[in-house]
Design a protein around this ligand. Structure first.
Ligand code: SAM
Length: 149
């Protein structure tokens, strides 16, 4: 995971740590400093930082409101397909101003957690939870209860 901002200890950090500790393997987190200035410049500088932190050959997945919104089972299937490609997966999370167009252009996939805008520090924990849920779906672990009325 490559994310804008330094997450200090607090509820968002605890949420992320709780779910990330269950992931096999856990996500490695690279943090990009938040930029200051006009929104366009902030996006540009943070975007450059995100792209520079991408491991070589990574499959980049941008967390973006305009992205594809799979259900949890759909995400589990996507992850299986992405992992089968053999490239390291990199989930990119923007800052308060969102992701620069250069980041969206570089990303192979755009993933949305729904049409609502979430705080970027919360998105880390939400993504880790969905990745853990996807693992539970793939292994048949009862953490995921698929039953709906
Ligand atoms: C506060 S949001 C940025 C809002 C910005 N106006 C935009 O439209 O992207 C900060 C970051 O959290 C992530 N994010 C927030 N809500 C999201 C959602 N519903 N789906 C996917 N990512 C989301 C994105 O990476 C976003 O760049």
């Amino acid at each position: 995971m490559i994310a804008v901002g330094r997450l200090k200890s607090g509820p968002e950090a605890a949420l992320f740590a709780q779910h990330n500790a269950r992931l096999r393997p856990p996500l490695e987190v690279r943090e990009i400093p938040e930029a200051r200035g006009a929104a366009v410049e902030v996006r540009r500088r943070e975007g450059a930082g995100l792209l520079a932190a991408l491991p070589p050959g990574a499959l980049a997945i941008a967390l973006d409101l305009g992205g594809h919104t799979p259900g949890s089972e759909g995400l589990a299937a996507l992850l299986e397909r992405w992992e089968a490609g053999g490239k390291p997966l990199a989930f990119l999370i923007g800052g308060a101003e969102g992701l620069d167009s250069a980041v969206l252009a570089r990303a192979e996939h755009r993933l949305s957690l729904g049409p609502m805008t979430w705080p970027h520090f919360l998105v880390r924990g939400m993504l880790a939870e969905q990745l853990y849920r996807a693992q539970a779906i793939r292994t048949g672990h009862p953490y995921h209860r698929a039953w709906r009325p």
